[in-house]
Design a protein around this ligand. Structure first.
Ligand code: ADP
Length: 398
């Protein structure tokens, strides 16, 4: 059984093909700079001798449909498939499923219309996801196509946790509420943790931390998300690469009045010029770590702020959950950054959380337990695999 996973952005398509019987990745790749004069398509895989093979094409790719054709040509050249149309299923990452979609869903015309209706909630992402979906259906109309939503895992959050204390009609009329994102990743690491700890996932209580360029945390009770740090959009919650996370909303009115900034300028500032980049001018955690070691004060401050915010969320989610079986780090920063993990978990012994600093002193290539023997809460680092999770969800549906 072969399942392709597509993650379509506005100018790129990332893809990975899985053997869904063994859960092994057969080939992965990316089409970049779609719509520009010089586009780039690349796939990589291992041949029968275990050698890494890369196939590339540099030609203008005008849209997602042309991108899929190039991808198909490269996959045929690799001899891994004869044609995309022979696949058993294609899974599409869709960022916003609103209140409508709480599960992976076979894509029909009706479903496409519903995803279109959600565009105002995710104006950058859903249109690009739809471009990928429509091109893929056009290319292989007989292959089952499934939408897997970033928001779906959080559909179990209770109403008192997803509502904002705004006039009720903003929820009823405009859909203003917490939706949460990174759900596929939070779900995947929750299931992996249950396997690692040999526990029934439906009895597992966890605090999950997805720390990448975008970052979010979730409180997971009995295997289900009951709260998460991102909100109506991915701007709320933790400090991120370029996003501010939680701020006093009145800052927006204040800056608008004092600096004369427009709504669009403020939107751009909060999403693209804030977070780690806003504080220290850099949004790559590796470089920030180096700068801090060299004595750069703003880099050091950015690191302190980043872990302090995480710690506050660990505290509040511990309170919300009562019993916490494990804390799980994932994402580029969560999997690799020793200092961030150490600082986020320091002085949390009263919460039953303590690290073994030697065990923490490594990057995770597979699931590792970095908690001390005394720690009541297991602290795990689990490499996320959103693509595999999407493939598994497609498999379970078709
Ligand atoms: P995205 O959200 O774009 O998928 P990733 O999950 O790849 O992002 O995470 C990107 C972040 O991970 C960057 O801040 C990067 O610096 C950080 N990162 C990657 N590798 C390391 C490492 N070895 N040590 C510290 N940070 C790392």
């Amino acid at each position: 059984m072969k399942i392709l996973v597509l993650n379509s952005g506005s100018s790129s398509i990332k893809f990975q093909l899985f053997d869904a019987n063994t859960n092994k990745s057969l080939v992965s790749g990316i089409i970049e700079q779609i719509g520009e004069r010089k586009s780039h398509a690349k796939i990589q895989f291992k041949d029968e001798n275990g050698q890494n093979i890369i196939l590339e094409k540099n030609i203008a790719i005008k849209d997602h449909k042309a991108g899929l054709e190039i991808m198909n040509a490269l996959l045929i050249e690799s001899k891994i498939i004869k044609d995309l149309c022979e696949l058993d299923g294609i899974g599409h990452r869709v960022v916003h499923g609103g209140e409508k979609f709480s599960k992976p869903t076979i894509i029909s015309n009706e479903v496409i219309k519903e995803i279109e209706k959600l565009i105002p909630l995710a104006p950058l992402h859903n249109p690009a996801n739809l471009d990928g979906i429509k091109s893929s259906i056009e290319h292989c109309p007989n292959v089952p196509q499934v939408a897997v939503f970033d928001t779906a895992f959080h559909s179990s959050i209770p109403k008192y946790a997803y509502m904002y204390a705004l006039p009720y009609e903003t929820y009823e009329k405009d859909g203003v509420r917490r939706y949460g994102f990174h759900g596929t990743s939070h779900h995947f690491i929750t299931k992996e943790a249950a396997k690692f700890l040999d526990m029934d996932v439906n009895k597992l209580n966890a605090i999950t931390l997805h720390l990448g360029n975008g970052a979010s945390m979730s409180a997971v009770k009995n295997g289900k998300s009951i709260d998460t740090s991102m909100g109506l959009t991915p701007l709320e919650g933790l400090i991120m690469g370029t996003r501010c996370g939680d701020i006093d909303p009145a800052i927006i009115f204040y800056l608008s009045r004092t600096e004369g900034l427009s709504i669009d300028e403020l939107d751009n500032m909060l999403n693209k010029k804030s977070g780690l980049k806003g504080v220290c001018g850099n949004n790559d955690m590796r470089e920030i770590g180096e700068l801090a070691k060299e004595g750069n004060k703003k880099a050091k401050l950015a690191l302190e702020m980043f872990s302090y915010r995480i710690k506050k969320y660990i505290g509040s989610y511990s309170a919300v959950l009562g019993r916490v079986d494990c804390l799980i780090f994932t994402g580029g920063i969560g999997e690799n950054d020793i200092e961030v993990r150490k600082n986020s978990c320091s002085n949390l012994e009263n919460f039953g959380i303590s690290l073994d600093l030697d065990k923490n002193n490594q990057r995770a290539k597979e699931t590792i337990d970095i908690s001390s023997n005394e720690s009541k809460v297991k602290v795990l680092v689990i490499p996320t695999n959103e693509e595999l999770e999407i493939a598994l969800q497609v498999k379970s549906l078709i």
